[in-house]
Design a protein around this ligand. Structure first.
Ligand code: 2P0
Length: 329
C-alpha cells in the first residue's frame, strides 16, 4: 500500500490558458489544447503510503508538513483516486520537488502527475497513459502532459465529462534543447489558475486567444512533422506573446515579465539577428525558456547567462515520461 513515482516537468510550446465550462463538476477542462516538451531536468518524486488508521490525509512537501489549501488540493485529488479504487483509506503523501515551487517553472505539472501515478499504484490501480493523463488533468491541466516524454499533444476535447480531454505523445524527428533562464526568485505574484480565470473573465483579448489557438496547434504540429525548428520557434513565440497579451488587457491588468525578463527577450532577438536559431517562451512567471538546436545550446546559454539580472541558466533536453520507482507487487 505504498508507491513512489517520479514525473518530469514540461513546458508548453503552444500554451494552455483558460478553461471550458464544466458545469461546476471540477473536471478542469482546458479552453484550448496545448503542445509541450517534457524536460530531462526538473521534476517531482512522490511517495503515497496508505494507512488503515489515519483519519485524514497528510502532505509533506520538501520536508515541511503542509496544511491548508495545499493539503486540501491534494486531498481533493486523492478523493478522485479513492472513488476509482472504491476504497476510503487515507494517505501520507511525501513529495520532493527539484523545481523551485510556485516560481513559474511548472511545478504543478510534475507534482500532480507524480501524485496521480503514485496514488493509483498505492491503491492497486494500473491506469493506461490516456486514463492517467485524464486523472492528472483534474489535479492540474499541465500535469496531464507529463505522463509522456518528449513532445506531447494535449487534446481540448468536446465531451461533457472530459473523456476526450487527454494527452498523447507526438513522435518527432526533431531534437531540440530548451535553455531555462531564471529571471526572478520567490513565488509568483499571480498563480496560473487564478490568472487564467481573471484573464478569461475580463480580457477582451481572451476570445481572440481562443479563436486563433487551433491554427497555432496545427502549425506547430506541421512544423514538428517537417522537423522545421524555425517554424516551430516562430509559432511558439506567437503563442506565448498572445497568452501574455491577455493578461496585459485584463481588468485590472496583471503581467508576469520583469525587467530581467524583457532583457532576456531582447537577448534572444539579438541571437537571432546574429543568425543563431533561438526562440523564447514564458509561462505564468518571470522566467524565459529558449528553444534552440542542440548544437546552439552552449552559445545560447552563454548569451543568456550574460544578461544582467539573470539568476541562472539550465540547458534541458527532451526527457522521459512519468515512471514508477516503487509499487506493491
Ligand atoms: C501551460 N500554464 O500550458 C500554461 C502556460 C501556465 C502558462 O499550464 O489551473 O498549473 O492547475 O490547470 O496547469 C499552468 O497551469 O493550471 C499552465 P491548472 P496549471 O503550461
Amino acid at each position: 500500500m505504498r508507491a513512489t513515482a517520479y514525473a518530469h516537468t514540461n513546458i508548453a510550446l503552444v500554451k494552455y490558458w483558460g478553461k471550458r465550462d464544466d458545469g461546476g463538476r471540477g473536471l478542469n477542462l482546458p479552453a484550448v489544447g496545448s503542445l509541450s516538451l517534457t524536460l530531462d531536468r526538473f521534476g517531482t518524486e512522490t511517495t503515497v503510503e496508505l494507512s488503515e488508521t489515519e483519519r485524514h490525509d497528510h502532505l509533506t512537501l520538501d520536508g515541511v508538513e503542509r496544511t491548508g489549501p495545499e493539503l486540501e488540493r491534494v486531498s481533493a485529488f486523492l478523493d478522485l483516486v479513492r472513488g476509482q479504487a472504491r476504497r476510503e483509506l487515507h494517505a501520507r503523501v511525501t513529495s520532493r520537488n527539484d523545481v523551485p515551487t510556485a516560481a513559474g517553472l511548472a511545478s504543478s505539472a510534475s507534482a500532480f502527475c507524480a501524485l496521480a501515478l503514485a496514488a493509483t499504484r498505492a491503491f492497486g490501480l494500473t491506469l493506461d497513459g490516456c486514463n492517467l493523463s485524464i486523472l492528472a488533468r483534474q489535479g492540474s491541466g499541465s500535469a496531464a502532459r507529463s505522463v509522456y516524454g518528449g513532445f506531447v499533444l494535449m487534446h481540448r476535447g468536446q465531451a461533457e465529462h472530459g473523456e476526450d480531454c487527454f494527452a498523447e505523445p507526438l513522435p518527432a524527428a526533431l531534437d531540440v534543447r530548451l535553455v531555462v533562464v531564471r529571471c526572478g526568485s520567490g513565488p509568483k505574484m499571480v498563480g496560473s489558475t487564478s490568472g487564467m480565470g481573471h484573464a478569461q473573465r475580463t480580457s477582451p483579448y481572451f476570445p481572440a486567444w481562443v479563436a486563433t489557438h487551433a491554427r497555432d496547434l496545427d502549425d506547430a504540429r506541421a512544423a514538428l512533422a517537417a522537423a522545421d525548428l524555425p517554424k516551430l520557434g516562430e509559432v511558439m513565440e506567437h503563442s506565448t506573446f498572445k497568452m501574455h497579451a491577455t493578461t496585459f488587457a485584463a481588468r485590472p491588468p496583471f503581467f508576469y515579465p520583469t525587467s530581467t525578463t524583457m532583457a532576456a527577450l531582447a537577448a534572444v532577438r539579438e541571437l537571432r539577428a546574429g543568425a543563431v536559431g533561438a526562440w523564447a517562451t514564458m509561462d505564468a512567471g518571470p522566467h524565459v525558456k529558449v528553444l534552440c538546436a542542440p548544437g546552439d545550446a552552449t552559445r545560447v546559454a552563454e548569451a543568456m547567462a550574460a544578461v544582467p539580472g539573470v539568476f541562472g541558466v539550465d540547458v534541458a533536453a527532451p526527457g522521459p515520461g512519468a515512471r514508477v520507482l516503487e509499487a506493491p507487487a
